[in-house]
Design a protein around this ligand. Sequence first.
Ligand code: COA
Length: 331
Amino acid sequence: MRARITGTGFYVPDKVVTNFDLEKMMDTSDEWIRERSGIVERRFVDSEIGSSGLGAEAAKIAMAKANCQPEDIDFIIFATLSPDYVFPGSGVFMQEKLGIKDIGALDVRNQCTGFIYGLSIADQYIKSGMYKRILVVGGEVHSTGLDMSTRGRDVAVLFGDGAGAAIVEPGDSDDYGILSTHLHADGRFAKELCCEDPGSLKTPRLTEEMIASGTVYPYMNGRQVFKHAVVKFCGAIQECLEANQVAAEQVKLVIPHQANLRITEAVAQRFGWKVHEQVFSNIHKYGNTTAASIPIAIDEAINEGKIQRGDYVVLVAFGSGFTWASALIRW
Ligand code: COA
């Protein structure tokens, strides 16, 4: 029996931060950000809610839509690169907030590809019969970890906070549900998009010098990331279509990780799809929310009536690691 997504939800903090707001904090401009990324505004937390708290809010909506209670969930998968604490992971904090006791909670650390990695794990557990109702969440709080000075502007303007959730259950037919997932990584590029400190390599893990030199903030080789992203996005889409003998013209909607509108446009052009109609984009509202971006986009697409039962939907992501992945779902 295939696994199906039976409910989705998303939650973003209320605080809207526009490109014009960023102009007041660093040497940047609305024009620069908009032209290169498509981002107009993003959400930042204004309290100590953490990725687990954002995830819990998204999860409540997903559970309501799937018509289930917290006690019906039998496994949690939480994807994030911004856990509330260094350890334990955000999954257990979210579990506690939702009042769910004793079930397993797994944290996934695959950055922008984290949600698809998580979905792939859920898919296998459901198909094997091990679990019956899995809560898969992607949640991020980037804003508390960005260098909001001119030094960090190349990264800081791109990211936002938010969470998305999905309930995965056995489906009622082999014709519908998650058809396949495809996961990849290439650690040779791990340092092209990373946050070096504080990590376990160094003693002590955190020093004044690390803070002063900025190694506690994310580093990104933007051009290298861009170049690889377009190639890997396209390859991963091709892979999931070929694996299921589905043609690009049969796809109703592609939900790419929201990294950058220019990446999304390049991918759409390669397959002859139209951005907004066939390739979903909401990056103008939320920026790049890493592991949260795909589940947020799925829920928005459903709310906008863009996904109906029987539609072929492609999920695809690329990010730090480098990692990349795709999934083909017949809704
Ligand atoms: N505001 C204004 N100027 C900025 C800036 C900002 N926020 N950030 C960087 N700049 C400056 C740089 O200092 C550089 O200046 P210089 O030419 O004087 O050295 C210049 O802008 C670079 O501009 P450009 O050559 O147009 O950059 P780019 O075309 O490489 O675009 C990115 C930069 C980051 C938008 C692009 O590389 C990108 O999208 N990469 C992928 C990012 C991504 O998707 N990451 C997440 C993956 S999951």
